[in-house]
Design a protein around this ligand. Structure first.
Ligand code: HPA
Length: 254
């Protein structure tokens, strides 16, 4: 049976309120996922949770096995994925503690295993990526935010950098010139792999700091101050969006 999954990142390595029923297999043809995907119940529905950085938040963005993570979700019967991502804000309309559902992205990462079409399973496909995120999932997240009276930016471009270090001020100026509104380290290849597997995937981005050179204070103190505020809003949105996404998946199956 198809189900909805949440990939939790920085600030959401565990999912408060999620009742774990079963740890699913983390083993895939691409090696082990960051952690066992957890099947459980929340908000009155079945859902799956995967901690992107592994148990105890120990796997850095550039060494996450994204292929295994997405594969493990697919083999667990997942159809729809909401990816939670902490980001640094470049655009003035995304202050720390604020949320966005990005519409597009630019991939600045390098050296990550970023495709299943590498000859291993014999099939070469050039998936379309004009719209990297599922509009259906985006709309459901935005609708849920509106219903919960939570301010959220309806779009924006996510720049995905290699990490694990933060960016220099000049790198952020370049991202800004390129049209990026926010910056994170895990959005790719995650979104591209989800597309290759035919998963409906969208990102719920949580601004946790002003990107390098945009704000004044110390970035880590800013993250410490704003992350809980943002994650509280994320949970309120998921509480409405996930049951709706799940109902939609069930409708499509029947
Ligand atoms: N840069 C990159 N990734 C991030 C940031 C940032 O400033 N904040 C949270 N994730």
């Amino acid at each position: 049976m198809s189900t909805v999954a949440v990939i939790g990142g920085t600030g959401m390595n565990v999912w408060p309120g999620f009742e774990v029923r079963k740890a699913l297999s983390a083993e895939t043809p691409y090696g082990p996922a960051s952690a066992a995907p957890l099947a459980g119940r929340i908000y009155g529905i079945d859902a799956v949770f995967l901690a992107r950085h592994g148990e105890g938040h120990r796997i850095a963005p550039h060494v996450i096995n994204y292929r295994a993570n997405l594969w493990a979700l697919k083999q667990a019967g997942v159809k729809t994925v909401v990816a939670i991502a902490a980001v640094g804000a470049i655009a003035p309309w995304l202050p720390p503690g604020g949320l966005a559902v990005p519409l597009d992205l630019i991939d600045y990462t390098w050296g990550r295993a970023h495709t299943y079409a590498d000859g291993v399973d014999g099939e070469l496909r050039h998936v379309e990526f004009t719209e990297p995120y599922s509009e259906r999932v985006r709309r459901e997240l935005l609708h849920a935010a509106l219903a919960a009276r939570i301010d959220i930016a309806e779009g924006g471009v996510l720049g995905v950098t290699q990490g694990p270090r933060l960016e220099s001020a000049a790198e952020i100026r370049r991202l800004k010139r390129d049209g990026c509104d926010m910056v994170g380290m895990t959005g790719m290849p995650e979104a591209g792999l989800a597309r290759e597997l035919g998963l409906d995937y969208a990102c719920l981005a949580v601004s946790v700091n002003w990107a390098a050179g945009i704000g004044s204070g110390d970035i880590h103190s800013e993250i410490g101050r704003s992350i809980e505020e943002g994650m509280g809003k994320v949970r309120a949105i998921l509480a409405r969006a996930l049951p709706a996404l799940r109902a939609r998946d069930e409708e499509m199956e029947s």
